[in-house]
Design a binder for this molecule. Structure first.
Ligand code: SAH
Length: 392
C-alpha cells in the first residue's frame, strides 16, 4: 500500500484540493488525525487510537462529475478547481470507485453521437450539468443520476439503452432536473428513466434503500465499524428507549432497534425519512417510528411533553448540533448519549455544552472515514453524572 503513496500518481493533486494528505504515508495520516483529536479534546475526553483502513483507496461509494466546456470549447468532465468554477478534467481518482469513474468516461464519450449538449454556466445553454453515481458495496447495485438543466431530454431512451449495453452492471438511471444557478448538484424534480429509482446496500446485516438525495455514508467499510462501535458504546438493553437524531435513512436507529425496546428517529430531509420508513418495513422492524422535523424543534417538543429516553444518538452535519437540541436532549435525561460527528471543532464545542448540562464525555473513538483527506469522523460516549447536574 505505502508504495502507492505518491502525488505523482494523481495529476490533479494540487488543483483538486480533495486529498490534502495524499502525499503523506498512510501511517502518518492516521497519526496526524489522532493527534489533532487529542489536542481538540484535551481536558474533555480520552481519545482512543484511530481506526484506519487496510486499503485506503477507492473507498468512496459516491462519485460526482461536473460537465462543461474548456477554453477550446471541448467537452470536459471532472471537478471544480477548489474555490473556482473552472473544471479540472478528471478521468480517474484514487479515492473514488473505479467502476463509477469508468461509467462517467463512457457517458462523456457518448455525448457527441447522441447530440447531448453540455450545460454552459455563462450562457445557460445546454443540457447535461452533472453525473452522480452511487454504488452499493454489498449488493453491487449502481445508480446513475443525470442532472440536466431542463426537463426536455430528447434522446433519453436510446441514450439509457446504449449506456446499459456498455455497463450492464448499472441497476437504475435517474434524470434529475436542476435549472437553478446554484452550487447544489441536485435539483428537486426527478424522473426515473430506468429501474427502481433507488439502490439497496447491506450494512451490519441490515438492508438499506438509498435514493439519490438521501444522505448515506460514503465509506461503507468504515461505516460498518462506526455503527458497530456506536452500538457497543450505547450498550442498549431490551426494555430501553432510544432516540436517533439526524437519522438520515434510519441506519443507526434501525440497528439500535434490534437491541432496544423502542426507537424514535428524527430527520429534516423528507426523502431520507421516506427511505427510513421503507427500510424499517423491509427489515421487518416494528419498534421504530420516524418523524420529519428539525431535530432541535422535535427534541424540544419531546422535552415539553415530559418524554424520557435511555439513549440519545446524534449524528449531525459538520456544523454540529444546536443549543436548543442539546438542552432539550438533557431534559429528556438519557443515561447515555452517543455523539457521532464528522466535524471535530463542532464536536469539541458541543461536548463542552453537554458537560455543563451534566454529561461527561467518557471516550472518543476516531474512525478514518476519509483516508487521503484531512477529515475525521468520531464516535463519543457521554454519561449522565449521578448527581444530576455536572459542572456549572
Ligand atoms: N445518521 C445518518 C445521517 C447522518 S448525516 C447516517 O448515518 O446515515 C446528517 C443528517 O442530518 C442528514 O441526513 C441531514 O439531512 C440531517 N439534518 C441536517 N440538519 C438537520 C436538522 N436541523 N434536523 C434534523 N436533521 C437534520
Amino acid at each position: 500500500m505505502e508504495r502507492k503513496h505518491h502525488t505523482g500518481l494523481c495529476p490533479v493533486f494540487k488543483k483538486c484540493g480533495g486529498c490534502q494528505y495524499l502525499d503523506l504515508p498512510y501511517a502518518s495520516q492516521l497519526a496526524k488525525k489522532e493527534a489533532r483529536m487529542r489536542e481538540l479534546l484535551r481536558g474533555i475526553c480520552e481519545v482512543k487510537p484511530i481506526h484506519g483502513m487496510e486499503d485506503p483507496f477507492h473507498y468512496r461509494n459516491k462519485t460526482h462529475a461536473v460537465f462543461g466546456k474548456d477554453r477550446r470549447r471541448q467537452v470536459v468532465c471532472g471537478i471544480y478547481q477548489e474555490g473556482t468554477h473552472r473544471i479540472v478534467p478528471v478521468t480517474w481518482c484514487m479515492i473514488e470507485n473505479e467502476k463509477a469513474d469508468e461509467i462517467i468516461q463512457t457517458i462523456r464519450g457518448m455525448l457527441r453521437s447522441f447530440r447531448i449538449p453540455v450545460y454552459d454556466e455563462d450562457t445557460g445553454y445546454g443540457l447535461l450539468r452533472h453525473v452522480l453515481i452511487r454504488t452499493a458495496r454489498a449488493t453491487g447495485e449502481i445508480m446513475v443520476v443525470l442532472v440536466t438543466a431542463g426537463p426536455v431530454f430528447p434522446s433519453k431512451n436510446n441514450f439509457v439503452r446504449a449506456l446499459r449495453e456498455k455497463h450492464p452492471e448499472i441497476t437504475t438511471v435517474i434524470q434529475n432536473i436542476n435549472g437553478k444557478m446554484t452550487s447544489m448538484v441536485l435539483g428537486e424534480r426527478e424522473h426515473v428513466l430506468w429501474g427502481r429509482g433507488s439502490i439497496e446496500d447491506v450494512l451490519c446485516g441490515m438492508r438499506f434503500e438509498i435514493s439519490s438525495r438521501s444522505f448515506y455514508q460514503i465509506n461503507p467499510v468504515q461505516t460498518e465499524y462506526l455503527y458497530g462501535e456506536a452500538m457497543r458504546l450505547a450498550g442498549l438493553g431490551k426494555g430501553e428507549t432510544a432516540v436517533d437524531a439526524y437519522c438520515g435513512i434510519g441506519t443507526i436507529g434501525l440497528l439500535a432497534s434490534r437491541n432496544a425496546g423502542q426507537v424514535i428517529g428524527v430527520e429534516l430531509n423528507s426523502d431520507a425519512v421516506r427511505d427510513a420508513v421503507r427500510n424499517a418495513r423491509r427489515n421487518g422492524i416494528r419498534n421504530i417510528r420516524f418523524y420529519q422535523n428539525d431535530a432541535g424543534v422535535f427534541m424540544n417538543q419531546m422535552a415539553a411533553q415530559g418524554a424520557r429516553a435511555d439513549v440519545v444518538f446524534l449524528d449531525p452535519p459538520r456544523t454540529g448540533s444546536t443549543e436548543e437540541f442539546l438542552r432539550s436532549a438533557a431534559r429528556i435525561a438519557p443515561s447515555r448519549i452517543v455523539y457521532i460527528s464528522c466535524g471535530p471543532e463542532s464536536l469539541a464545542r458541543d461536548l463542552r455544552v453537554l458537560g455543563k448540562l451534566g454529561y461527561r464525555a467518557e471516550s472518543c473513538q476516531p474512525v478514518d472515514m476519509f483516508p487521503e483527506t484531512d477529515e475525521i469522523e468520531n464516535a463519543v460516549l457521554l454519561r449522565r453524572q449521578e448527581n444530576g447536574k455536572g459542572r456549572g
